[in-house]
Design a protein around this ligand. Sequence first.
Ligand code: KG4
Ligand code: ZN
Length: 334
Amino acid sequence: SEGTIILGIETSCDETAAAVVADGRRILSNIVASQIKSHKRFGGVVPEIASRHHVEQITMVCEAALEEANMDWQDIDGIAVTEGPGLVGALLVGISAAKALAFAHQIPLIPVHHIAGHIYANRFSAEFQFPLVALIVSGGHTELIQMPGHGQYELIGETRDDAAGEAFDKVARILGLPYPGGPEIDRLSAETEPTLSFPRAWLEEGSFDFSFSGLKSAVTNAVHNAEQRGAALEKADVAASFQQSVIDVLVTKTMRAVKEYKAKQLLVAGGVAANRGLRQAITQAAQNAGVELIIPPIHLCTDNAAMIAAAGTINFLAGERAAMDLNAHPGLEL
Ligand code: KG4
Ligand code: ZN
């Protein structure tokens, strides 16, 4: 037999996704219908447009996930769905679909936290060794989490203002780059060495929290001041210098957490984990510290449902079930 087979459903933001995963470790199918094109012209995700796209896509995406995995409904042991955090209207589409499918096919419904999903995207690469430290860097989150075991999450630091991905997107917008800005900044940064000095927010001694709004303001001011002097800054230089500032703080604090919590593994997750500069810097730092590093392949860093099925497998095996009154929780804590 295949072991535990979980269908994952993810609709928290602008990707409509469904996936089938075996034993929380093997991807049998992973379907992602991206809406990026529809949101691009607005320079960011428009919540109502996101919800409408999810409604249009969700049934086909779920069917495609089963078909590609060569599975029938009777093969599915549980349906795992993102209950939050995320956009409420977007979440409700995935939750409603998951409920309907669970009810119609008499399959247990399993609630999943979106960030737990990002963390478990790493379990397709290697088995977890505890205690571990996870750095989550996405469009909505910047968090350092310590895990003593499967499904156990202790928040040790988080952003006090903007998320890392949000900072990438805002700086990209200042530079006139299209949405989503992260990949654009990543691409530009690879073209040059950073020469501009932007601030790094270390906060209080010993703090594992982050802050990126000061950096964003510093970049905005530098760009505007240069424009006013009639000597526009080199876009690639701004991008590379900004990215270096973010990476320095992320890597330094993460490595301090690894040491303090005697982590056996370091996990990186979330859309910003796709950043080549960050991947390079944290790979080097982990090597120097002698800690095992896991980063998902780039297509599993951004939102997908395989990660939701993987985290859902842990919840399923722990006996966690959602009732038919499951609701969306836009600000859900891990
Ligand atoms: O995890 P994700 O797909 O969605 C959320 O849960 O937020 O993350 C999206 C974020 C966006 O802010 C995007 O600009 C950023 O991840 N991102 C990147 C890169 N690829 C995506 N940021 C920096 N470098 C990248 N290569
Ligand atoms: Zn995400």
